[in-house]
Design a protein around this ligand. Structure first.
Ligand code: OAD
Length: 252
């Protein structure tokens, strides 16, 4: 049912009492900033073929094409701003002793909104890494260009993101799983729940005893793992939820 502006007492009191909150976000949290999601109608994977752009064979076969596509995505992302959903999560972090923001997004908008404890499961589009020596470089070392740049070692630079068929960064996975296991409340925000291993997190959190909540205009593939579903846009629901938590904390 569409979110009607009122939160359950259970949800607010669970959040107020929580010593540990973990939030897992996907592309939907950035939709209201103007960043396209992947699987919604009109999303990136309805216009582009992931096998031509988001895997290592595609890159090795046509590095300039893949680099150009990521340069275009970088330019879109750098031209947009965090939205109220991102800012609400940054504020929530200040209200909870142990807070982890796990994201599948590579757009860096959570950090730009002020979130500090961010675990990036799929990398960060603002960084590049060398396919030869593995060195990660900051964006200004690899300025946007049509042609794929080279590392000082001679290797090709690639966007520092996880492509299909690749392992996720193991430190990030460990941190995300630990956070989900110890969470008292787990929020799954703006993800279709179709991509693993991230889609396992709600089950991990629930098995660990967390109160699990989804925020999404449409039920996701992992909706059955949720104690509550708040149907609607995260840019509206998250600020309202954080306001309710802050108010209740001030009364307590
Ligand atoms: P998807 O595109 O699969 O799903 C986006 C989700 O956001 C959908 O469930 C939408 O209903 C929801 N949504 C849309 N607008 C929203 C809004 N305003 N507020 C809240 N939710 C909204 O994106 P992800 O689940 O993030 O991987 O996709 C996971 C991974 O698949 C991505 O990280 C990417 C992609 O292939 C890699 O590139 C490795």
């Amino acid at each position: 049912m569409h979110f009607d502006g009122v939160f359950s007492d259970t949800l607010v009191s669970r959040c107020v009492r929580a010593g540990s909150i973990a939030v897992s976000t996907g592309a939907g949290v950035s939709a209201e900033s103007g960043v396209a999601t992947f699987r919604d109608p009109g999303g990136l994977w309805s216009k582009f073929r992931p096998e031509e752009l988001a895997n290592v064979d595609a890159f090795l076969g046509n590095p300039d094409l893949v680099w150009e596509w990521y340069s275009w995505r970088r330019s879109v992302i750098s031209s947009v701003a965090p939205n109220p959903g991102h800012y609400a999560l940054a504020e929530l972090e200040t209200l909870v002793a142990d807070f982890t923001l796990i994201t599948q997004n590579v757009d860096n908008l959570h950090r730009r909104a002020g979130s500090i404890h961010v675990v990036e499961l799929h990398g960060n589009i603002e960084r590049s890494s060398c396919t030869g020596c593995g060195r990660a470089s900051a964006p200004d070392e690899a300025p946007p260009s049509q042609r794929v740049p080279h590392c000082p070692c001679g290797g090709l630079l690639r966007p520092d993101v996880v492509w299909f068929g690749e392992m996720l960064p193991q430190d990030a996975v460990r941190e995300a799983w630990d956070a989900a296991e110890r969470a008292d409340v787990f929020l799954s925000v703006g993800t279709s729940g179709e991509v693993y291993p991230a889609a396992q997190l709600p089950a991990v959190a629930r098995q660990g005893g967390a109160y699990t909540v989804e925020i999404n205009p449409r039920p996701s593939a992992v909706a059955h793992q949720m104690h509550e579903i708040l149907e609607g846009p995260s840019g509206i629901i998250l600020p309202a939820l954080v306001k309710a938590i802050r108010r209740q904390k001030q009364c307590a």
